[in-house]
Design a protein around this ligand. Structure first.
Ligand code: NAP
Length: 246
């Protein structure tokens, strides 16, 4: 996707676009010339994202909770036709915890934000997507290289892989994929590690074959590939610096 005066502008909705990977994706797509709608729950976070993104006149911000079906339906009522939907939203506060301390409320928030929300976005968004459009979800390394404390997130990420395969069949020719990031330095680490964030990311950087953790822009780049390649569907694209190998 490159800015081209004669080509129609791509219209993309990013649930989770106010932070981390979604924010990086919004920035890259705006540079490509796309019309971008970012979605998150917090108006303040959306306003801060607006300040950080280029002022192109092609950016909209909508406050909505993707775990609420009425709010998801409302989003597409306002959005008009779209080419792509990307979902990077996740609420995993408290979800990285050993048993038996793991709280059911945190498990349900993780399931609702990472699995049910994406399903609702597909349910209500498919009707406004272009036939050659796409939906991209975000899974994660927790499912593929599990660790203690990560059972709930591993289960959700693994279920997402099954969801993309099923939706790719059901919604075709619309393509449905997921990107599966490894460890990437984003604000989500506040919930995962708190003050241990820098030490944990540093130790992981030393373990990984690439010698560093990921950047949000690298995940955004992979999502743009999944949006743009018309022959990829039902796939999980791993972008993790070799994490599954170590
Ligand atoms: N960073 C990593 O190392 C890593 C590794 C593996 C997988 N992942 C996965 O990658 C994805 C993106 O993570 P990130 O690091 O970019 O996270 P992030 O910086 O915390 O951003 C999460 C975004 O989701 C939004 N959000 C959360 N719950 C929502 C809801 N119910 N409805 C609407 N928006 C909601 C947040 O805004 P509000 O809070 O304002 O709603 C925020 O914009 C997630 O699925 C995460 O699990 C991340």
């Amino acid at each position: 996707m490159h800015e081209n005066e004669s080509a129609p502008r791509e219209r993309v909705l990013i649930a989770g676009g106010s932070s981390g990977m979604g924010l990086a994706l919004a920035g890259a797509l705006l540079e490509d010339g796309a019309e971008v709608t970012i979605v998150g729950r917090s108006e303040a976070r959306l306003a801060e994202a607006r300040r950080r993104l280029p002022d192109t006149g092609r950016l909209r911000a909508c406050a909505a909770d993707i775990t609420c079906e009425d709010e998801v339906a409302g989003l597409f009522g306002q959005s008009g036709p779209l080419d792509h939907i990307a979902v990077t939203a996740a609420d995993i506060e408290g979800a990285y915890q050993l048993l038996p301390a793991l709280e059911l409320t945190a498990v349900r928030r993780a399931i609702d934000s990472k699995l049910v929300g994406p399903l609702l976005l597909a349910k209500h968004g498919a009707a406004v997507l272009a036939p050659r459009g796409s939906i991209t979800f975000t899974s994660g390394i927790a499912a593929y290289r599990p660790t203690a404390r990560g059972a709930a997130v591993a289960a959700v990420n693994g279920a997402l892989a099954a969801l993309v395969r099923a939706l790719a069949v059901e919604l075709g020719p619309v393509r449905v994929n997921a990107v599966s990031p490894g460890w990437v330095d984003t604000p989500i680490w506040t919930y995962v590690a708190g003050e241990a964030k820098d030490a944990m990311l540093g130790a992981m950087a030393e373990r990984l074959p690439v010698g560093r953790v990921g950047r949000a822009e690298e995940i955004a780049d992979a999502i743009r590939f999944l949006m743009g390649n018309g022959f990829v569907t039902g796939t999980v694209l791993h972008v993790e610096g070799g994490h599954r190998l170590v």
